[in-house]
Design a protein around this ligand. Sequence first.
Ligand code: SAH
Length: 241
Amino acid sequence: MDAKIRLYVEHPLGDGQSVPLDRAQAHYLFGVMRQSVGGHVLLFNGRDGEWRAEVVEAGKRGGMLACIEQTKPLQMPPDLWLCFAPIKKARTDFIVEKAAEMGAARIVPVQTEFTNSGRIQRDRLQAHAVEAAEQCGGTFVPEVADLVRFDRLLQNWDAGRQIMFCDEALAASRPSSLVAGAVGPWAIFIGPEGGFSERERAKLKALDVSVAVSLGPRILRADTAAVAAMTVWQQTYGDWS
Ligand code: SAH
């Protein structure tokens, strides 16, 4: 039977490799998805590509899978970070899920002056990235970084990483676009509901590596802006073509 279930595991994957399941995974596979010995699932761990595996032991508290064959090599996304200011819980979850689907390599929650919340639940957000990778067929899971202060992030900024600064102040002006052909590491910056402060805008604009872009004549919500920016970036520099 064809494997339709995709499961993220931490364990190494390879030819004939046994993969033990923890209680939660066993509950999901055998309790929720009704799998049993002999059933097939697809596994990925973010490093070894995707593998078809067979259930060899199924229990209430655990189980064992055995890798049969590799079904996809590891497909790394482009070296794109999504730096965004966390907003309300559901919308922050949405941004993380979409970033994983759209092919961000790293997701960086940033505390800006107008950021509503000073805390994030990193583990919960990471779990959303895993779930998004499971359902979109990805073989890579972007890391969700710890919340970092805006100034601190820019202080040690790698001069080799360009910044696509999504500047709502440009919404009223004519469209600005990315320079075609600029390859290498990138980061997209999206502000919170209140936008970037004047000081933050000045700081971002002063960086040699940053290019301020408009996402059109309308002010987008931060979650919409994140998806729109990743679309534009992927279309210009990314792995879509
Ligand atoms: N309250 C702000 C809007 C913030 S929108 C205001 O009224 O000006 C949240 C973030 O989405 C912004 O900080 C920016 O990074 C991005 N954004 C939204 N619309 C945009 C646009 N038209 N062009 C560029 N960036 C945009």
